[in-house]
Design a protein around this ligand. Structure first.
Ligand code: GLN
Length: 202
């Protein structure tokens, strides 16, 4: 029996790369723009982009409440960069009244790495992976603080931001500050595919 597809929230951002990577792992991957499309997926990637724009578009497309409901029911979701912000329960340096979908018991700081180092790349170690991953950060958030049920998967290893949390998992939800879809490799997507399988098998 074929398993249900994994969706990529396709309001804005790096949608195509995520779809391509998931497909390369032998998974059926579909773009999600409507509540009916959301209903059909077993898990959802929320890509990078601009969190304020994405939440605004989610409102326009009548997706906010359906997304919140699925997350609450335990749908696995993987947020990258702006997607991490959308999954966070709390946001620092957001725009006035910035809403999120929530689910992850974390406080994220938007554009946390500052203007000088808006974008940078670093090889970092991720819990559960033997070899480091090449992490590409683009105006990225970091996790300022995390609740006790949140597992820290990776921190920055060098420079002034060393020690800052940049990858987390809590039950069926995971998030990275960086963009695994442009770093090369598919190991982090594989982790998410495994997470989806783990949470959809009975
Ligand atoms: N700075 C963006 C935001 O606040 C995130 C950047 C990204 O996703 N590459 O939403």
């Amino acid at each position: 029996m074929s398993s249900p597809p994994i969706g990529v929230l396709a309001l804005q951002g790096d949608v195509r790369e995520h779809l391509r990577l998931l497909t390369s792992l032998g998974v059926e991957a579909v773009a999600v723009r409507r509540p009916s499309e959301l209903d059909a997926v077993a898990g959802l990637v929320i890509p990078g982009g601009e969190s304020t724009t994405m939440i605004r578009l989610a409102r326009i497309f009548d997706l906010i409440e359906p997304l919140r409901a699925r997350i609450k029911e335990g749908m696995p979701a993987f947020g990258t960069c702006a997607g991490m912000i959308l999954l966070a329960d709390r946001v620092l340096d957001g725009i006035e009244g910035q809403e999120t979908l929530g689910g992850l018991d974390i406080t994220v700081r938007r554009n946390a790495f500052g203007r000088q180092v808006d974008s940078f790349e670093e090889d970092i170690h991720l819990a559960g992976l033997d070899e480091p991953v090449h992490a590409v950060f683009i105006r990225a958030p970091w996790v300022e603080s995390a609740g006790e049920d949140v597992e820290v998967l990776a921190t920055v290893e060098e420079g002034p931001a060393a020690g800052r949390i940049v990858a987390v998992r809590q039950g069926p939800l995971m998030a990275t500050s960086f963009h695994p879809e442009v770093g090369g490799g598919s190991r982090i997507h594989r982790m998410f595919v495994d997470l989806v399988a783990q949470h959809t098998s009975t």
